[in-house]
Design a protein around this ligand. Structure first.
Ligand SMILES: C[S@@+](CC[C@H](N)C(=O)[O-])C[C@H]1O[C@@H](n2cnc3c(N)ncnc32)[C@H](O)[C@@H]1O
Length: 371
């Protein structure tokens, strides 16, 4: 059966693997290569599952890539040249020389004496020499994914790929590189393993800012020029700061204090009250509502439904569902059903920057909209 590699937040392994089993044909797990990184196999393979997930993306599987070739690793720097040779021999034909590509490597076994960067450089050098294709790490249209990891002993017998279980010296192989080529847009994330990092900025108010930056990117949200936004649960003000950078006028609602750096900003209005209180206080109308309130996801969804009338016709909303405990699947379904009264659920993903939560992207439904 074809193999592939799936990545998710290890705290949400159960839900991610449910998605894989449910959406694939005869999907089965071979091994956990590292926390939240799974070698798996299914009858429909990467390409079949990619079609399914293009139509209805999973929430918890963050990234996936095919396994087309496997190389046993020696655990020495010789692996770099061997992998470069393999990249050219196995993938030059499959790579479209007219489209930009990148090599995305992950080295998941701590004792390997090379870093992802070393592999990216060596493999892309070999592939470009063989094909003439241009590397573009920022916007690749095709990706050679490389995952170097230890395969647990108990998984060796389940791994049906044709690789020698021993080295030339008769020593048992335990570390392997798994390689696969795919169009970037099918991998669920443009980033190796779905790991999307942003540089820390001077003036950053909270780590939560990364969450909003990632959501705007993943859901491809274009904010209206000089739009009017409502930030529910705004304190200390990270999301408000990101929205201000994008020229939105922000009403920030939170009983807690905002970072003093926002106080001088005339584009920010702090309503120092709860979202429930602001709703009763003749709120304005908005182009965008964002909601990162620390609150049960279903209560938060009810409040979003109550606020739907404050959104313009083209209105968008982004919210997080906090999922601290058990029963997460049921809570998500319940909150979705509440939201569907007034919104279309345009996307829901567990982003790299989400901790014990998911981010949900909403558009307002047809009926009862304002102009
Ligand atoms: C995770 S923090 C938000 C962080 C914020 N997005 C940022 O980037 O700085 C959650 C906030 O929700 C607020 N909150 C909880 N219940 C609320 C309610 N009923 N109305 C308004 N804010 C609420 C808390 O006061 C807290 O400041």
């Amino acid at each position: 059966m074809p193999h592939l590699i799936l990545t998710c937040d290890p705290d949400f392994n159960d839900l991610a693997l449910d998605e894989f089993r449910h959406d694939s044909i005869y999907g089965a797990l071979v091994a956990e290569l590292a926390p939240g990184v799974w070698l798996a196999e299914c009858d429909d393979g990467f390409w079949g599952l990619a079609v399914t997930w293009q139509a209805k993306p999973p929430i918890f599987v963050r990234h996936f890539c095919p396994v087309d070739s496997v190389l046993p690793l020696t655990g020495t720097s010789d692996d770099i040249a061997s992998l470069a040779e393999l990249a050219a021999s196995d993938f030059a034909d499959g790579l479209d020389a007219d489209l930009p590509y990148s090599v995305q490597s992950r080295v998941l076994a701590a004792d390997l004496p090379y870093k992802p960067f070393d592999l990216n450089i060596a493999l892309s050098g070999a592939l470009t020499d063989a094909t003439g294709a241009v590397v573009d790490v920022r916007a690749p249209e095709q990706v050679l994914s490389v995952v170097c990891a230890r395969l647990p002993d108990e998984a060796l017998s389940r791994f049906t790929f044709h690789v020698s279980p021993t080295t030339d010296n008769g020593i048992r192989n335990t570390q392997y590189a798994f390689l696969g080529l795919s169009p970037t847009n099918l991998n669920l994330s443009d980033w190796a393993g779905g790991v999307r990092r942003f540089a820390r900025e001077e003036g950053q108010i909270s780590r939560a800012e990364f969450k909003l930056l990632e959501a705007l990117e993943v859901f491809r949200i274009d904010l209206p020029p000089r739009g009017v936004a409502l930030d529910l649960g705004a304190a200390p003000g990270g999301w408000t700061r990101v929205l201000r950078q994008r020229e939105q006028f922000v009403t920030a609602v939170d009983p807690a204090e905002l970072d003093p750096r926002l106080a001088e900003d005339r584009g920010v209005r702090h309503k120092r009250m709860t979202a429930e209180e602001y709703l009763a206080d003749e709120p304005d109308e908005f182009d965008l509502i964002v909601n990162d309130m620390r609150m049960d996801a279903r209560d938060s969804a009810r409040l979003m439904v109550a606020y739907a009338g404050q959104l313009h016709r083209h209105g968008l909303a982004l919210m997080t569902f906090k999922l601290p405990g058990d029963d997460r699947k049921r809570i998500i379904e319940h909150a979705f059903n509440i939201l569907r009264q007034r919104y279309v659920i345009a996307g829901a993903r567990q982003l790299f920057h989400n901790r014990s939560e998911i981010t949900v992207f909403l558009t307002v439904k047809g009926e009862g909209m304002k102009g």
